[in-house]
Design a protein. Structure first.
Length: 265
């Protein structure tokens, strides 16, 4: 059951920025200057106390001989509000489609308690058993960009904010993602992934608060370590923040029928 809860939450964790247009002054930074810019984005993301979050994730995985292709799409709409006790309140509505089979679920987080409605069952557990918090929405990715993983940062200024394009160490960054959540769990295995494409970009408003966190990745790997017929997956994810710090509140349902579970089993 813990795995079920975690999987439902992971869709919101992954991301890093993919597209944004702008043709004004460009600035290429590396070293301390680039790291300071990333730290500013990390700190500003933590200042978001309320927002509407829209996330889209798409992936296509093909076997080495192309005999099987698995497609997955996940759409997430979430509401984030600050709890009076300095905790986090959230409502997360998720629709997942894998090879044409659709599943929908809703997760509520109220203070230290989480509630999951799968449509067929209603359960509750401690909120810390689900990796979805104010920090987790994009923060996990940004926390993975540090002195070891960051190689270069390009910054473009636009009339309504900024666009950041990051160059990272592919191996170390994917290793970091493997510790929290990755497409199909590939990077979490002992088999190294061959990264064909990894684009990371972030857009921010004029106050330098992140508006989108996106990722575009293509990789292949040999899950059996036999050097033949590797799996190949393309993966795109985008998290968009709307109505940032607008004082959003959440209308919770009656949780009296949600059954308690032991997530450690």
């Amino acid at each position: 059951m813990k795995k079920k809860l975690v999987c439902l939450g992971l869709a919101l964790i992954l991301g890093a920025a993919l597209t944004a247009c702008g043709k004004t002054d460009d600035a290429s930074m590396d070293g301390k200057e680039a790291l300071d810019a990333v730290k500013s984005l990390q700190e500003n993301l933590r200042t978001i106390s309320s927002a509407q979050i829209h996330a889209k994730i798409e992936s296509t995985m093909k076997s080495g001989d192309a005999s099987k292709t698995t497609t997955a799409k996940t759409e997430v709409k979430a509401e984030l509000a600050a709890n009076q006790n300095k905790g986090t309140d959230m409502k997360i509505s998720q629709k997942e489609t894998i090879d044409g089979v659709e599943r929908q679920s809703t997760i509520y987080i109220k203070g230290k308690q989480a509630y999951l409605d799968t449509g067929t069952e209603k359960i509750r557990a401690a909120a810390d058993q689900i990796p979805v918090t104010a920090a987790a929405l994009g923060q996990y990715l940004l926390d993975g960009i540090n002195e070891e993983t960051l190689k270069n940062l390009d910054k473009k200024e636009e009339k309504d904010g900024y666009v950041y394009q990051l160059t990272v160490d592919d191996g170390q960054f994917m290793e970091y993602l493997g510790k929290i959540a990755v497409p199909s769990g590939a990077a979490a295995s002992d088999t190294a992934a061959d990264i064909e494409k990894l684009e990371l970009r972030i857009t921010a408003d004029q106050g330098n608060i992140p508006k989108t966190v996106q990722m575009d990745c293509v990789y292949s790997m040999d899950p059996d370590s036999k050097g033949e017929k590797p799996l190949r997956e393309s993966y795109q994810a985008q998290i968009e923040y709307r109505s940032i710090n607008s004082g959003l509140t959440i209308d919770f349902p009656d949780f009296s029928r949600y059954k308690a579970i032991n997530t450690e089993k």
